[in-house]
Design a protein around this ligand. Sequence first.
Ligand code: PHE
Length: 453
Amino acid sequence: MGANRGEFQSRLGFVLAAAGSAVGLGNIWRFPFEVGNGGGAAFVVLYLFFCFLLCFPVMVTEIAIGRKTSKNPVGAFIGLGFKNWSIVGKMGLFCGVLILSYYNVVAGWAFGYFLEMVTGNFDIGKNFGAFVSDWQRVALYGVCFMAATAVIVSGGIKGGIERAARILMPTLITIIAFLVIYAMTLPNAMAGVEFYLVPDFSEITGSVIYAALGQAFFSLSLGMGALITYGSYVSKKENIISSAALITLTDVGIAFFAGLMMFPFVFSLGLEPSGGPGLIFVTLPQAFQTLGPTLGIIIGSLFFMLLSFAALTSTVSLLEVPVSYMVDEHNWPRRKAVWAIAGFIFVIGIPSLLANGASTFFSTFAGSDFMTFIGYIANDTLLPLGGCLITFFAAYVWKKHNLSEEIAEGNPNYKGSAVETFINIAISYICPALLAIITFFTILSRFFGINVL
Ligand code: PHE
């Protein structure tokens, strides 16, 4: 590994950074509102099924490709000798840019809510609509957030990403645990738990399946090469299988607890679970208010501060992907790459910034709003498609035995194990086939209005 590329300092460092990429707005903002839109527990069941059956093998493959080549997602395919396949890496880069463009806007909301909570403005929950349509203010928060991301990414691997992830993740888990317990004590909490945990399978429609698959990929940061990039900084001593398992369990666990905290709050406050992207922003300030002014301010500020940090460790990984590409493949100095790309992505994000009330055109774009539309393209279509192509590539182009050899580094018992059999079957048949089929149906439904399922 080139000395100037950097490497994670320890096992925990990599797992924390990758889990930091995975855990973010996807778990705490997106997951609960997707559950609410998708009819509750039935969505949760599908999501869990997709995470473990389809996403876990994709994660292992991405990390292995990254570590094998020590390259960004485009360079990785070239490094393995398959230049034509680097188009998959380029698609990932494009998808990451789209995701970061709107993700940064929502991260700005979270940061803005932190400032509101510090001053005890619990009414911000009821005024969410006015808050997000105040585009100048939200743009300012977005600029701050993108700048913070850029500062961390220009610090490089050791200095920035790893250090931040190390401190913040455990604190976030603690505060969510506290809120889950508190939520359970509220009146009518059990109605929320029931909505969340008792599946009604008649709720499963094509649209719920596509959303659950997109959410699984998004939440685990898969399908666009973020974990190829992080994998490129991992040492050969690392056990890829157990790291991937730990990252998946942490991410799914946090999403699961975020839901367990949200729905009791939603039901006990008499709100609508299908509140869409505003769900946590409307619900939580009102829930914090019930804690009383002092505790409400403390918990409310702490919560939105930690949510902002969780978002930051994800935006960092999103920005790191195009930056590592420009640094490795086009020899840009790191600092120049960081600031140029961050500025570019901020500009791309302006329509999303205006899509929540500020501009009627973008707020009613393509039958929903521009931000939701980008989610259909990036999360629900390009990420699963990326996962499909990456597993197909590993199984049939790079070849299974090469993947196995890479995974066996740092994991001497891998070859011949049941895990190897599972990974091989998954990447050869289950992932490419299922992901291709579902992605195809997603495209028909989301963009052509043809609903097969
Ligand atoms: N997984 C992150 C989240 O849940 C979002 C993300 C997607 C980050 C893709 C990197 C790549 O918030």
